[in-house]
Design a protein around this ligand. Sequence first.
Ligand code: MRU
Length: 367
Amino acid sequence: MRVGERRYRTIWLADDGWSVEIIDQRRLPHTFVTERLVSLAEAAEAIRTMAVRGAPLIGAAAAYGFALAMRADPSDDGIAAARTTLIATRPTAVNLRWAVDEVTTVVRQLPAERRAGAAYRRAGEICDEDVAINAAIGDHGCALIEAAWVEKGRAGRVNVLTHCNAGWLATVDWGTALAPVYRAHDAGIPVHVWADETRPRNQGAALTAWELGRHGVPHTVIVDNAGGHLMQRGLVDLCLVGTDRTTRAGDVCNKIGTYLKALAAGDAGVPFYVALPGPTIDWTIRDGLREIPIEERAADEVTTISGRDAQGRIVNVGLTPEASPAANYAFDVTPARLVSALITERGVCAASEEGLAGLYPERATAV
Ligand code: MRU
């Protein structure tokens, strides 16, 4: 997407042909800074600290982290170390493990001297595939936004509620949940987005609002607890969220708070759609509640908050009594029964084993 005069992806190879550049998302929305990663350790740290984040992007970053590792040590031990380091960074999004497995499969069959080149090639392909996948999700999801507009008699605007950031910043480009919004906006369909702030990391307030604003998409930031109220009053036409891992039976794991939005949407009769690329489907599991590991992050993400003060300085302030412990569950699971439909690069389907198997017959072998 465009930032100022330049088109950006969220991750790319630097001019030297081997180091990896990223947008440091910890600094947004206040400052747009890019950072250069030169080692496996730096790539792993960027994923762990959420300089890069969002399921598809951490998959791409892990693939490039693997390539950096192969440049330094292409031995079998180097492969094992890269896998362990990268997989330990964030446990919930399955794209990370998927990307690490993809690169491992390619390099394992090669002699050591050819492993780095092959890893870079596969990482580049993973990035290009992600962009193509998300563009297709945009087309399929745009049809749903257009249908909502037609249902409203093409009057007013289509109000979409989204949670967290599943826009271009969370992927290599386009985004998953926001790709349909960009497509609709670009096609002249009047679309407005309610962006949940998404405590504690505020991906909605900081990132979704920033990227929608850059693209000129009308949006309003709301506190996380406002969504149910808006849905009850007919101010939301559809919910559209991303996912970090969706089971083969259609259970959806996404940023903490997604489940509450799905419950409210069900009660208020608002369609609840989940946009996802194929690599986000975990074909090895069915029961999201029991089988998806939920990342627990540091308590200080809950007990403190950072922002820009009146002098333009970024400051971190405390929110809670010093003696109060805090818990920080980063994701929750929305059962398939609360999901109106899944939007994938291959089309729209029911959130069910049959629905997903219909779109991905080659993956739907028995487990
Ligand atoms: O903790 P984050 O910011 O990495 O979580 C991101 C989300 O929950 C997104 O909704 C999900 O990764 C889908 S991104 C296209």
